[in-house]
Design a protein around this ligand. Structure first.
Ligand SMILES: Cc1cc2nc3c(=O)[nH]c(=O)nc-3n(C[C@H](O)[C@H](O)[C@H](O)COP(=O)(O)O)c2cc1C
Length: 386
């Protein structure tokens, strides 16, 4: 059934062969979006085993890295031969950002740093970070300047949302400002912060920013669920690359389909249950290689739900799988999933990982007051508004 669905296309003319970020050339132009608690070293290695792309690590705090926090340092980890060592940083203070980037450059030999200016969760925005930072028209350019100067040639990208809410959208100004400050590419998750994951991502906003700032490579992000869909985003928006998050949860094999589609090869079929279980076993093997067994087994529990959602023949093993404490128990259960039940294709379009709205975006009092008084006209060249 799936083989019949496979298609053989050459990438249509006009679709970029690679995504250029400063000196980096990423083929195909597909980015594994940073996902906290997900895109750790083991998951990136697993995804990379299915083909090329850019695989961004979990978000880490620049302040904690600069302060020498051992847990944060332990999160900066790469697999042997990882071609592009890519990290996402979250920062609110230019000095700490500068320090963190220097550490990443000198001690960890990173090749790419993404800055998170899109996170909508209260823990981050309450301190003026994530999606709240672009509102801060003095601090934001200081952070861009600090990052680009400390990077000393390592490409810096930023990831943003469209704005705070429907009324307060900043993405066009921010893209212009990022370009002015020498940022190498910008990812737009085409939702506002208050939407969290509700509603459809606004691909028209991606097209608008591509047209508004032609010199800045734009990575479109939001609601891409299949390889064909990634191609549609490129065609519809003219973006330089596509960022993909939730679709890859439980589906690292999607990268084989992205790679095939963008190089004009026949797409590999979606795997059957026993093939998914084999991928899950490889995930387990990698996790145990990088983390203590108990940590690995615990962290993997959420992945099992994503791998096996919709497979009838997996249902009987799920309760045990979600309670197992030892890697050998997990391994045995995964081996029992030996059926050739086809991939549940109806699952493909179902949001996973995160969905829905959150109550409201929490801002620090000072920013809220400034928003209320409308003191946010900006001059995108100097960034000296407010
Ligand atoms: C579990 C999870 C964790 C995430 N963590 C981060 C993060 O640390 N940094 C970030 O910029 N975006 C994060 N995101 C957002 C994704 O990078 C992406 O922008 C979002 O999921 C929309 O893309 P998608 O529709 O392809 O999933 C996270 C998303 C999920 C589902």
């Amino acid at each position: 059934m799936h083989t019949k669905m496979a298609i053989n296309v050459s990438p249509p003319p006009g679709i970029p062969e690679h995504l250029a970020i400063g000196p980096l050339r990423i083929t195909p132009p597909v980015v594994l979006a940073p996902m906290a608690g997900i895109t750790d070293v083991a998951f990136r290695q697993l995804v990379c085993e299915f083909g090329g792309g850019l695989f961004i690590g979990e978000m880490i705090s620049a302040e904690l890295l600069a302060a020498g926090d051992p847990v944060t340092r332990s999160m900066v980890r790469f697999f042997p031969g990882e071609a592009i060592r890519s990290v996402q940083l979250y920062a609110t203070q230019p000095q700490a950002l500068r320090h963190a980037i220097t550490i990443l450059r000198n001690e960890f030999g990173v090749h790419h740093i993404d800055l998170n200016f899109g996170c909508p969760v209260p823990k981050i925005t309450r301190k003026g970070g994530g999606a709240a930072l672009p509102l801060h028209r003095e601090q934001f350019p200081r952070l861009l300047e600090a990052a680009v100067s400390a990077a000393a040639g390592i490409p810096i990208t930023i990831k943003i949302r469209m704005g705070l809410d429907a009324e307060f959208q900043y993405y066009l100004d921010i893209a212009q400002m990022a370009h002015t400050f020498g940022i190498h590419a910008l990812t737009l998750h085409a939702r506002t912060a208050d939407q969290f994951y509700a509603g459809e991502a606004r691909w028209d906003a991606i097209r608008r920013v591509v047209q508004a700032v032609p010199g800045l490579p734009i990575i479109g992000n939001g609601d891409v669920w299949t390889a064909e869909h990634a191609l549609s985003m490129l065609q519809q928006t003219g973006c330089a690359g596509v960022g993909i998050g939730r679709a890859v949860l439980g589906r690292p094999f999607l990268f084989a389909r992205f790679n095939a589609l963008f190089s004009g090869r026949v797409l590999p079929p979606y795997p059957v249950l026993c093939e998914v279980a084999a991928i899950a076993r490889r995930h387990l093997e990698l996790m145990v290689q990088y983390y203590p067994e108990a940590v690995a087994v615990r962290r993997l529990r959420k992945h099992w739900k994503w791998y096996f959602q919709g497979f009838q023949d997996a249902r009987q093993w799920m309760p045990q799988l979600l309670q197992a404490e030892r890697a050998t128990e997990v391994e045995d259960l995964l081996r029992k999933m030996n059926s050739r039940e086809p991939y549940p294709l109806t699952e493909i379009w179902m949001p996973r990982g995160k969905r829905g709205k959150q109550p409201k975006v929490v801002l620090p009092e000072s920013l809220r007051r400034r928003l209320a008084t409308g003191r946010f006209d900006i001059d995108p060249i100097t960034g000296s508004g407010g």
